[in-house]
Design a binder for this molecule. Structure first.
Ligand code: ADP
Length: 462
């Protein structure tokens, strides 16, 4: 099958979140399955053209390689993409994001024709590439080149929809009749993701539970009705984890490698992490790791509420993250109050993330909602026991065999479950069994890629 992967961020070229991990790893897994894949993304200022050996294809496109032989195309535009920040800067979202990403979508469709790549499937991700299915079924609907092309739209987080003032609608070059309740209009605004949901042949999200949740008022961010209308075309496929990047057996960032048959290295990694974090070197005290955006979505509200109480338990906390300033402040206050309990690292630091996943005993991820979540998958891969709220991908991957799950989103239940984990930690045989179960899990991309191929086959039948 010929697949064009269209994503606004792709590892290793540009990343702000889990979307980039998926858009980077899925093509590699599809290539392994013998599929012909190309990737199309914007050429941001931050992309290191020398490092990735990119060359000019024509005046508006750079190209490079990923995997064995996946061609990656970077859409250039001096005005739109040669600036700091993928979607915004300190002042907030870039005000011209509609122009930037509608340009990217139009150019992607033109580029496919220019290079003669007639895709069976265009796989779009989130609102940034959601205009592709819209353009395909409107502007390009009579174009024979795309006659057999079908689209799949993956929603990574329905909280981000690409909302723009209604007055900007003419910029899209779409028929005015599409700006109504049955089309891209959403309470007077343009909603780009809504367009994608309406026009894509197949829609999926990144876990089966999240696929169900977003069709409810509680999780749908206003799009539950639109999704409900298309419920026969909505699916959920768990993200895989890049098992080459996240591998305790050969991870270069950790002090000692380890595996299910030789766990001595994990104890050493804990010591190393405690030393690095300037926490007391205590084997018997459970070290809880957090690697996260510090945002309400990630459960920071109930964590902030309970942190004083949590710090009075016999634990250590290694926190790595950046996000909302109010949570920076709460955590800073607590780190100052409990210097022997909390190591606070308010930054983005990939090597430190690896050390935390490897060296912690417990990984805390109390997300209020979580489309799939990578943190809990990484922690399972490193035998670090996840403690999560029962939602989305967390509910699909963590259970009482490999972790701790709480079902009522509150500070009380969070603290109660931490206490439960602490007593389990003291029962060595029970804990060892949890660690082994975690390490036995398989969340590699191979299984997910096969499921995506089945989804593409469904789209082809549309
Ligand atoms: P998100 O909603 O942020 O995409 P995910 O759990 O799906 O959440 O993915 C987050 C990814 O970003 C994980 O690979 C996680 O390890 C990484 N990450 C988050 N914050 C940091 C940080 N401060 N430093 C390093 N890596 C981080």
């Amino acid at each position: 099958m010929k697949i064009a992967m269209c994503s606004s961020e792709v590892v290793p070229f540009a990343k702000t979140g889990g979307l980039a991990d998926v858009a980077g790893a899925l093509p590699l897994a599809l290539e392994k399955e013998g599929q012909e894949v190309i990737i199309i993304m914007p050429r941001y200022k931050a992309i290191d053209t020398a490092k990735f050996k990119l060359r000019k294809l024509n005046s508006g496109v750079l190209t490079g390689l990923a995997g064995k032989n996946i061609r990656v195309y970077f859409i250039e535009n001096e005005e739109y993409f040669n600036r700091d920040g993928l979607y915004g800067d300190k002042k907030g979202d870039h005000p011209d994001n509609l122009d930037r990403f509608s340009f990217y979508c139009r150019k992607s469709l033109d580029l496919l024709q220019e290079i003669g790549f007639k895709p069976d499937i265009i796989h779009c991700h989130d609102w940034q590439s959601s205009l592709i299915p819209v353009f395909l079924k409107t502007v390009y609907s009579r174009d024979p080149f795309y006659k057999k092309t079908r689209t799949v739209l993956t929603i990574h987080n329905i909280g981000y929809q690409g909302l723009f003032p209604g007055e900007e609608f003419p910029k899209l070059g779409l028929d005015r009749s599409l700006f109504n309740m049955e089309g891209l209009e959403f309470y007077g605004k343009i909603n780009i993701l809504k367009g994608g949901i309406l026009f894509a042949d197949i829609i999926n999200t990144v876990s089966p539970t999240y696929a169900r949740e977003i069709q409810t008022e509680e999780f749908g961010f206003g799009l539950e009705g639109v999704l409900n209308k298309r419920k026969d075309s909505v699916f959920g496929i768990l993200n895989g984890l890049d098992y080459d990047i996240w591998n305790p057996q050969n991870d270069k960032f950790v002090a000692r490698n380890f595996s299910i048959t030789d766990l001595a290295g994990k104890a050493k990694d804990k010591e190393d992490l405690q030393a690095l974090c300037k926490l007391p070197l205590k084997k018997g005290v459970p070290l809880i790791g957090i690697v996260s955006r510090l945002a309400e979505q990630k459960g920071l509200d109930i964590l902030a509420e309970g942190i004083d109480e949590i710090c009075n338990l016999d634990i250590q906390l290694g926190i790595l993250g950046t996000g909302d300033l109010k949570y920076h402040q709460v955590l800073q206050e607590m780190a100052a109050k409990y210097p022997k309990v909390i190591s606070l690292n308010l930054k983005f630091d990939d090597p430190l993330a690896h050390k935390i996943y490897a060296g912690s005993d417990i990984f805390l991820m109390p997300s209020r909602y979580e489309p799939c979540g990578l943190g809990q998958l990484i922690s399972l891969r490193y035998g670090t026991i996840p403690l999560v709220f029962k939602t989305g991908g967390l509910a699909d991957t963590v259970n009482s065999e490999n972790g701790f799950v709480f079902a009522c989103y509150s500070k009380t239940d969070l603290v109660k479950t931490i206490k439960k984990a602490l007593s389990a930690f003291k029962a060595k045989t029970k804990w060892d069994a949890l660690v082994k179960n975690a390490l036995k899990g398989n969340f590699s991309w191979d299984a997910s890629a096969v499921k995506y191929l089945e989804l593409y086959a469904k789209a082809k039948k549309k």
